[in-house]
Write a protein that binds this ligand. Structure first.
Ligand SMILES: Nc1nc2c(c(=O)[nH]1)N[C@H]1C(S)=C(S)[C@@H](COP(=O)(O)O)O[C@H]1N2
Ligand SMILES: [Mo]
Length: 231
């Protein structure tokens, strides 16, 4: 299941996109599939600002999604009691998980450095369930190649299976030992420690397992961001 054959980012035949492909191939060649990003001590935790969307329920946010923003605001108001994340696509058992469901699953805690493309970085402790465990519990189908994430704001992105099954790739519900704060992606965010900050999506709503690369409206790479941005 976690065989993780190489899957290449799309280049659309663009010269600049070829750079993505080269970085991707170099990383995949040089780093063992499970090479860990550096982990720090809790004493290294630093202040971290919340950036990008800080409340997807606020209609004044640039990435506010008219269809999903109001639902987020409602869920936030009730303390995410009825919130669920759905998992669908190429899995034997599509399903939905509440926060309680996710907290009952095995967890991983890691102190890691977040690096934003804007040039700042910060160290924080993240706790959550490894994505691999959630995917396995849904029965990944053998033809699956990508895992796509949808947020409550206008944000959709995907990763390959090498990253999806990496031990430090977690669905985080806690930060620095407390519930994930609103600004940092409550109630659930991705932590993808071997890529740059914008790949760690906040405010997760839906996970779709894909056989083929899908680059929908609102994805980063459509607006010119690298699909693979390893650090
Ligand atoms: N849904 C969503 N996820 C997101 C963003 C966003 O605007 N919306 N911003 C990204 C960027 S560019 C960074 S640097 C980090 C910021 O995480 P933080 O707010 O916890 O510091 O989240 C990433 N994930
Ligand atoms: Mo960022």
């Amino acid at each position: 299941m976690a065989g993780c054959g190489q899957t290449e980012p799309p280049t659309y035949g663009h010269l600049l996109r070829m750079g993505d492909l080269v970085t991707y191939k170099a990383h995949r060649l040089v780093l063992p599939a499970n090479a860990l990003a550096r982990e720090y001590d809790v004493r290294d935790i630093s202040p971290m600002i919340a950036t990008g969307t800080v409340n997807p329920g606020n209609e004044n946010e640039p990435l506010f999604h008219p269809e999903h923003g109001p639902g987020f605001a409602k869920a936030h108001k009730s303390g995410f009691k009825d919130w669920q994340i759905t998992v669908e696509g190429s899995v034997d058992r599509p399903g939905a998980f509440s926060l309680a469901d996710l907290r009952r699953m095995p967890s991983r805690t890691q102190v890691t450095r977040h690096t934003c493309e804007e040039g700042w970085s910060a160290i924080a402790q993240w706790t959550g369930v490894p994505l691999a465990i959630v995917l396995a519990s849904c029965g990944m189908q053998p033809q699956a190649r990508y895992v796509q994430f949808w947020s409550y704001d206008y944000y959709v992105d995907n990763i390959d299976l090498n990253d999806a099954f990496h031990p430090q790739t977690i669905l985080a519900y806690a930060m620095n030992g407390r519930e994930l704060p609103l600004g940092h992606g409550a109630p659930l965010r991705l932590r993808l420690e071997r890529q740059i900050g914008y790949k760690s999506m906040k405010y997760l709503r839906k996970i779709v397992v894909l056989d083929h690369f899908d680059d929908p409206e609102g994805s980063h790479i459509r607006s010119g961001w690298s699909w693979y941005n390893g650090i």
